[in-house]
Design a protein around this ligand. Structure first.
Ligand SMILES: Nc1ncnc2c1ncn2[C@@H]1O[C@H](COP(=O)(O)OP(=O)(O)OP(=O)(O)O)[C@@H](O)[C@H]1O
Length: 799
């Protein structure tokens, strides 16, 4: 049973969604009773047809004439139906149809599992056809037996297979029916015959042995059961033959006891005694399991149901910067660059066998096949010289191009072309992307739309000097997700310390954003709040891991699939989990002010959050090692580098140079751990983002932004005019500790209350604001201004 269940489980998950006609209970009763009565009507008309068909023959042509009466029990209807199914149809076999319709009605009426009904129909139709064809042999003498269909099919078969062939075919199908449907095997038939033979033999013996039969009859006679005077026990020779006959024996009663009746089987030796194996009965599963039943009744869970009328933004909200123009190839420019490359390389005694150009939106790639014997490292070392002689910024030399034996020289085009977000979104590559979180970042050098899956990355680090296209890149990422994902499927947590870049997304707060329950703004601009949010995401992560563990799912995809298939009970805390994308626009700022407090939760999330659908996108202007620390870097294999100012910065972000040679304005390098891909980032301007967010924002939304778990940790403000309500929950205890010890130090609180340094520091600030401790005095502990517990109580009462 258990095996069967798991089998159905896997089947369910892999099967495409089935289109099922769902009926309510009432509709099933109505349909069921209709079919049931229709089946009965068919039965009546069929039966009656056999008696009256000749009489009714003439009435068939005048069915519309009310005055003409039919002999059929169901009058004209019965006559017509009988004629249609029996005479013109399948003959006697049509009864199968009437029975099937009745049975279907019965199944619907009592809302029974339809699996066995399907089997009835399948086999029923086969049996009907079989009999129709079989009776077709007798159509000359009894045309009603096989009907016209039976006759025609039989005739057809005989034309091709002859009489013997037709009989063989019918015999084959009869065997199929017996073997598969009735599960009758030759062994079963054999053992049945043997059993029959034995009982016949025993009967014969019985006649010879009247005494025994009398005894047996008596023994089975209820009235004789408690008779102490039993007939003499049968002789062994008499019982020899009765292997499987139970014999009732009277055990010797203890004097005071009531006689006890014992049922025993005598094990007499027999020569060809064979074991009879009963065929295991395969019990039909009425309800495969609860989830299948739920899915049958209500369909799969649809997370988008609450906003079922949600409309995705249309492509027209995006501007077409290229106006449909394709890339123009400037032959002159190409020729010029080629000559320069060839000449420059010649100066360094590098001969070229072949050169090929691929014109991209902003750069052209010249692929060079050097003459045999030229060392690749030689060309690589000449990078700066070649760049100088080509007098262009942003020459990048790829030696060799991974997977090819060629050397690439990327030269910026004189006239760069903008890659509009519109073209990237409209591309089939993006539209048909079967990814969890598809992002279209722009176009590669060979003009292919570059689409990647954020869920696979699983986190993304972005860096680039100011003004090189980072914010546009972030907008392109967010726009990609808005065009592909329903509000129920993805939530953004936006951190924007610059307070300007992401404000547009405020409009979609109740559709796509997630925030802490107590915060007013969905877009986080305050560094202190970032820490809380990050910690809250860690809690969310832990919660999700628990849910996944309970659901025996390995990742969010499996979990959500199970939830949709109604295999997880919402009463156990299960819910559909949207992906959460955390975007931090200016990471440097954050890490400088909050340090470890941000780094630790980010590293934790980056390490663990992949499976449970939390993905991080972290952008920074300053890709220096104290911002992008080793621990952060190790957990962000996917990186995007816009133009940076130095080779060192390039190395910090990409682990190789190259980003310093980009030309800016969205020119970027992408890596997911292995090779670098040069991509021209799709351009989406602020007014376009505004239009999209307005379009989404104007639609029906959820009552509030998606709530992250509450984080009750080291919170509280740092300013001195701290509100009483903002005090830490441990404020009272801390005050007592300080007053009793008469020592105003944070480390004392840390030890006594087992707090982190930051929280203890904030409580000290709150105590200072409440007038319990004095101001900060450098390395010395603060002065305690309250002398004892009574004074403390008074002071707090005054607050
Ligand atoms: N993909 C692109 N295609 C064309 N032009 C672009 C692209 N990306 C950026 N630009 C141009 O560069 C300008 C600056 O881009 P953006 O605001 O994204 O820079 P940034 O790196 O975010 O700068 P900052 O860090 O100072 O905010 C844009 O206003 C635009 O004119």
């Amino acid at each position: 049973m258990a095996r069967k269940k798991t089998k159905t489980t896997t089947k369910k998950t892999t099967q495409p969604k089935k289109l099922t006609l769902k009926l309510s209970k009432q509709q099933k009763i109505v349909l069921g009773s209709f079919l049931f009565l229709l089946g009965i009507a068919l039965l009546f008309s069929f039966i009656s047809f056999f008696f009256n068909w000749q009489a009714d023959q003439s009435t068939l042509d005048s069915l519309g004439d009310r005055s003409v009466e039919s002999q059929n029990w169901l009058n004209k209807f019965g006559a017509a139906i009988g004629d249609f199914f029996i005479y013109q149809g399948f003959g006697v076999a049509s009864f199968a149809l009437a029975i099937l319709v009745t049975l279907t009605g019965f199944y619907y009426f009592f809302d029974k599992e339809k699996k066995s009904l399907r089997a009835y129909w399948f086999w029923g139709i086969i049996v009907m056809l079989w009999f129709a064809i079989f009776f077709g042999f007798f159509s000359d003498s009894a045309p009603l037996l096989g009907g016209m269909v039976g006759f025609e099919l039989n005739d057809y078969l005989q034309d091709y297979l002859g009489l013997i062939g037709t009989i063989l075919i019918l015999a084959f199908f009869a065997i199929v029916y017996f073997a598969i449907r009735l599960k009758i095997t030759p062994e079963l038939v054999g053992s049945y015959l043997k059993q029959k033979k034995q009982s016949l033999q025993s009967e014969l013996n019985d006649e010879d042995d009247d005494d025994f039969s009398e005894y047996r009859d008596n023994a089975f006679d209820k009235d004789n059961i408690d008779l102490p005077k039993a007939k003499p026990a049968p002789t062994p020779s008499a019982t020899d033959e009765k292997v499987d006959e139970p014999v009732l024996q009277q055990s010797k009663p203890a004097p005071s006891e009531e006689p006890v009746l014992k049922l025993e089987t005598t094990q007499a030796p027999q020569e060809d005694f064979e074991i009879e194996i009963e065929e295991p009965i395969e019990e039909e599963e009425l309800v495969e399991n609860l989830s299948t039943k739920l899915v049958q009744d209500f369909g799969e869970f649809d997370p988008t149901l609450e906003l079922s009328n949600y409309k995705f933004p249309s492509i027209d909200l995006l501007k077409d910067y290229t106006k449909g123009q394709s890339i123009t190839i400037d032959q002159e420019e190409l020729e010029e660059n080629k000559n320069r490359i060839v000449d420059t390389l010649k100066n360094y005694k590098i001969e070229i066998a072949h050169i090929k150009a691929t014109v991209g939106p902003t750069v052209t790639l010249y692929e060079i096949v050097p003459e045999a014997g030229v060392r690749i490292s030689k060309i690589k070392n000449l990078e700066d010289d070649i760049a100088l002689s080509l007098s262009a910024l942003g020459i990048r030399i790829i030696a060799p191009i991974p997977g090819k034996g060629t050397i690439g020289i990327e030269v910026p085009n004189k006239n760069a072309r903008i890659v509009s977000m519109r073209s990237a979104i409209a591309s089939p590559r993006f539209q048909n992307a079967e990814m969890e979180l598809p992002l279209t970042l722009g176009k590669t050098i060979s003009n292919e739309t570059f689409v990647v899956d954020l869920a696979k990355m699983p986190h993304l680090l972005m860096a680039g000097a100011t003004g090189q296209g980072k914010s546009v890149g972030l907008n392109a990422i967010l726009t990609s997700l808005l065009y592909k994902k329903h509000p129920a499927e993805v939530k953004f947590v936006l951190v924007d310390p610059k307070k300007v870049e992401l404000t547009l997304f405020n409009k979609i707060e109740r559709h796509y954003l997630a925030k802490l329950p107590d915060s007013e703004e969905a877009i986080i601009t305050d560094n202190a709040k970032v820490i809380n949010t990050l910690n809250s995401l860690c809690i969310e992560m832990d919660n999700r891991y628990d849910l996944l563990k309970n659901a025996l799912a390995r990742n969010i995809k499996e979990y959500n699939a199970k939830f949709k298939a109604r295999k997880l009970n919402p009463n156990d805390g299960h819910k559909y989990l949207p992906y959460i994308v955390l975007v931090i626009d200016e990471f440097a700022d954050l890490i400088m002010t909050a340090g470890k407090e941000v780094e630790t939760p980010i590293a934790r999330l980056a390490q663990l959050a992949r499976a449970i659908g939390i993905h991080l996108i972290v952008a920074t202007q300053r890709p220096s090692v104290n911002v992008i620390t080793g621990i952060i870097k190790a957990n962000f294999p996917a990186r995007i580098a816009f133009r940076v100012t130095s080779k060192i910065d390039s190395r910090t972000i990409l682990d190789s140079q190259g980003a310093d040679q980009l030309i800016g304005r969205g020119d970027m390098l992408f890596t997911q751990g292995n090779e670098l891909t040069r991509v021209q980032c799709a351009f989406v301007d602020t007014p376009e983002v505004e239009k999209i967010t307005e379009f989404i924002g104007s639609q029906k939304a959820y009552p509030d932004a998606h709530h992250l778990p509450e984080y009750v940790g080291e919170e509280g403000g740092t300013s001195l005019d701290i509100d009483v309500s903002d005090r830490d929950v441990l404020f009272m205890e801390a005050a007592e500790v300080i007053v009793i010890a008469q020592q105003g130090s944070a480390s004392l609180l840390q030890r006594k209350l087992k707090l982190g340094y930051n929280r203890a520091g904030r409580i000290i600030d709150q105590l200072e604001a409440a007038g319990i401790v004095g101001p900060f005095e450098g390395s010395k502990a603060r002065q305690v201004l309250v002398s004892d517990m009574n004074a403390l109580q008074q002071q707090l009462n005054n607050d």
